[in-house]
Design a protein around this ligand. Structure first.
Ligand SMILES: [Zn+2]
Ligand SMILES: [Zn+2]
Length: 374
């Protein structure tokens, strides 16, 4: 079928709105009419990265309606409204079998190769192949995705809000609820208040934390953190964050610290500000050239856990639906994350906004297709 898509043709070039061909779904694949897609900072990173295979169609935060299913698809049917996950899983490897579907390796080869799970593409133009991105390529009117990327949404879930669940929302929520396993009445610090951090705050709030301490360099971000449930804020540019956390928690430090910043210095502060027996979770991606240094003295005596978490340890089929239901019940803030709604033709405007130093990195511009996004 023919459709409109925003095509990335080269590094540091604006996306180009073009007609492209999309082939029918094969076994285990689903054709989704995209109704809404978030424009993420990771899309800009891909546009600036010379290793991104081109031409490609970016976009990994999406929601839409199932219009066709390939052979052997069991979990969704035509007419289902779905939110998309950019970490599909095989269900059969050792990691999947032990419930760690976020660690399934099946997605990574195709993700870097720019294909679907079988190593081929459904996208083309005049007989020339176009690469997929994150196995989703949602900057298009339609997309063919793995069945395991499609999570059915509850009745009444608006699509713009649903489109955001699969990236920073799930990662932040999962960091608190799944990776840290925040307990009711506990204290939680969240470092790095961006698209992941505010949702870690929301996860901690929903898990029943009594105190949620937002830690960031920007006063503006700390104010935003309060709107999502932070009870206290620490400006890490003004005070020693670890000491501030101890002061706020009777000298012990927090039960859980979650670092969403991708900054090794912040992760060190998170670790130092975590109390004995507590847990520090790192979800931000560090610069691979850096090393994370922790104080060695007394390490064995404090009984602390340091845990790296990919995708917030979420299981999409369990956690995406839980987040959507929490939203519908008025317990999870997603409306506040939809900053603007634009048509596909204006997508470069959303990408350009990331270059604005005043740009608030919490929430998204959402591209909507047609009038059904709701
Ligand atoms: Zn994203
Ligand atoms: Zn697997």
């Amino acid at each position: 079928m023919e459709m409109l898509a925003a095509v990335m043709r080269g590094t540091n070039q604006p996306l180009s709105i073009e007609k492209v061909e999309l082939a029918a779904p094969k076994a285990g694949e689903v054709l989704v009419k995209v109704l809404a897609t978030g424009v993420c900072h990771s899309d800009l990173n891909a546009m600036e990265d010379e290793t991104t295979p081109v031409p490609t169609i970016l976009g990994h935060e999406g929601a839409g309606i199932v219009v066709e299913v390939g052979p052997n698809v069991k979990t969704v049917k035509v007419g289902d409204k779905v939110a998309l996950s950019w970490v599909p899983f095989c269900g059969t490897c050792e990691f999947c079998q032990t419930g760690q579907v976020n660690l399934c390796e099946s997605a990574f080869g195709p993700m870097f190769a720019g294909t679907l799970l079988d190593g081929t593409s459904r996208l083309s133009q005049n007989g020339q192949g176009i690469y997929h991105n994150s196995l989703l390529s949602t900057f298009a009117e339609y997309t063919v995705v793995p069945e395991m990327s499609c999570v059915k949404m509850p009745e009444g879930m608006p699509m713009a809000q649903a489109s955001l669940i699969g990236c920073g929302v799930a990662t932040g929520y999962g960091a608190a609820v799944r990776a840290a396993q925040v307990k009711p009445g506990s204290t939680v610090a969240v470092f790095g208040i961006g698209g992941v951090g505010v949702n870690a705050i929301q996860g901690a709030r929903i898990a029943g934390a009594s105190r949620i301490i937002a830690c960031d360099l920007k006063a503006q971000n700390l104010e935003i953190a309060r709107k999502f449930g932070a009870t206290d804020v620490v400006n890490v540019g003004e005070v020693d964050a670890a000491e501030a956390l101890k002061e706020l928690t009777g000298g012990f430090g927090v039960h859980y610290a979650i670092d969403c910043s991708g900054n090794t210095m912040a992760a060190q502060s998170a670790w130092k500000g975590t109390r004995k027996g507590g847990t520090t979770v790192v979800v931000g991606a560090f610069n691979p050239k850096k090393e994370l240094a922790l104080p060695a003295g007394g390490f064995h005596r404090v009984g602390k856990i340091l845990k790296g978490s990919f995708y917030g340890d979420v299981h999409p089929f369990r956690d995406f639906q839980a987040i959507a239901q929490l939203y519908l019940d008025g317990k999870f803030q997603l409306d506040e994350l939809v900053l603007d709604r634009i048509p596909l033709q204006d997508i470069n405007r959303a990408v350009d906004s990331f270059h604005d130093p005043c740009c608030v990195n919490v929430g998204r511009t959402v591209v909507e297709f047609g009038g059904e996004a709701g």
